[in-house]
Design a binder for this molecule. Structure first.
Ligand SMILES: C[S@@+](CC[C@H](N)C(=O)[O-])C[C@H]1O[C@@H](n2cnc3c(N)ncnc32)[C@H](O)[C@@H]1O
Length: 382
């Protein structure tokens, strides 16, 4: 396959670019676009040779897009209009404007890109923006699959349930498209008769129910409850332990990351605490390190202290005793490098020194799981 020309919209720190590299697909990002100057500094630092436009997407003309002549669009539009805890402004939220512009532009491009991958939060799947996306893709002749997936399903002990849509231009009669169903597991890619049309089958399906002969199996999937149960079972077995994602030097350098007494006293009972041997952690959001509740897990570093002995009757303790007990656990934040590890970023993602830790968490919290996207890209382009 020739090098694909890829347009990376809403590029942030380049999560999509890393996923593209990780996927092994021969490709080059011809342009990345984002308006966040801090994210752009990080992007530029790590991908100095990629043209990066510090512009609003809706300010770029059809002509400018046509000149880029791209085969693939990778994009993570702003998610605030769709988050369950937000106002859910959806298409009326000004932050959706640029995405609507992209949808408006797509049918008018001189040449439709062959592939599209979109990432967004849970909540997007029920939005009007998603309905418009699906309508546009259908009208343009794309076949697509929607998947809601978390890194746990690729063996990474971190929750980050996200909506993904992968779309491929199709010459098929649109009426024969597979009915749209949002999958909640990772389809496995099976050998396909035609290199043009991959077959997506669950492991449970392989060797069992083969696709009907002669069917276009672009996004044909085994979705029985039994198959899904087996996949979950299998994937749980292979989830790695948190310790595989930790930085060795943090053992001697954890002081700046320890939770301060005030935080322990105020939020001790609502912390999500994990140990190095755990096979789970909660999603790291952009507020990690600044806010405590619901922004990400914290790590217990002193394993001699039993967690039950700390929390048993804690709410009846005096403030002083409460603090003494909690301090014994040596709770710390994950470092940005460790968060990046749990999000599948390679070691060579470097934050320029001038980017403060809190900003690094912020940028990572806005980004995506690289391994999950890489696997989706392989599914899409194989
Ligand atoms: C969910 S984040 C995407 C993060 C990215 N995928 C990454 O790996 O870091 C959305 C990004 O869209 C950018 N953005 C929002 N509105 C924009 C617009 N109108 N034009 C260009 N970029 C925009 C934000 O600055 C932010 O970096």
């Amino acid at each position: 396959m020739d090098n694909l020309r890829v347009l990376e919209l809403y590029s942030g720190i380049g999560g999509m670019h890393y996923a593209l590299k990780e996927s092994g697909i021969p490709a080059q990002v011809v342009t990345a676009i984002d308006i966040n100057t801090t994210a752009n500094q990080v992007y530029k630092h790590n991908f100095p040779d990629t043209p990066l436009w510090n512009k609003t997407i809706e300010g770029i003309t059809l002509d400018e897009f046509n000149k880029l002549s791209f085969d693939m669009i990778l994009m993570s539009p702003p998610c605030q209009p769709f988050t369950r805890i937000g106002l859910q402004g959806d298409v009326t939220d000004p932050r959706t404007k640029s995405f609507l512009y992209v949808l408006d532009l797509l049918p008018r491009l001189q040449r439709l890109p062959r592939f599209i991958l979109l990432e967004n939060v849970k909540g997007f799947e029920t939005s009007s923006a998603r309905a418009r996306l699906v309508k546009t893709l259908t009208e343009c002749g794309y076949t697509f699959q929607e998947i809601m997936i978390s890194p746990i399903s690729v063996g990474i002990p971190n929750s980050r349930l996200r909506y993904f849509l992968i779309a491929k231009i199709s010459t098929e009669d649109l009426n024969t498209q597979a009915p749209s169903k949002i999958l909640d597991f990772f389809p496995h890619l099976a050998e396909s008769d035609s290199s043009e049309h991959p077959t997506f089958l669950s492991p449970a399906c392989q060797g069992a129910s083969q696709p009907e002969e002669g069917t276009d199996v672009l996004f044909k999937l085994e979705t029985t409850a039994e198959a899904q149960r087996k996949i979950r079972q299998n994937s749980n077995l292979s989830v790695k332990q948190i310790k595989e994602f930790l930085e060795p030097q943090m053992e001697v350098n954890m002081e700046p990351y320890l939770l301060p007494p005030k935080t322990l006293l105020r939020y001790g009972l609502v912390l999500d605490i994990v140990q190095p041997t755990c096979r789970r952690s909660v999603c790291f959001t952009k507020g990690y390190g600044r806010y405590v509740q619901g922004t990400g897990s914290v790590l217990q570093c002193c394993m001699e202290t039993k967690i039950e002995s700390v929390f048993m009757g804690l709410d009846q303790c005096s403030e002083e005793e409460k603090l003494q007990r909690l301090l014994k656990l040596k709770l710390r934040y994950f470092s940005p490098r460790e968060v990046a590890n749990l999000m599948g970023f390679p070691q060579h993602l470097i934050f320029p020194e001038k980017i403060p830790t809190i900003q690094q968490y912020r940028l990572l919290g806005n980004s995506l799981n690289v391994v999950v996207v890489a696997k989706l890209l392989q599914l899409l382009v194989s």
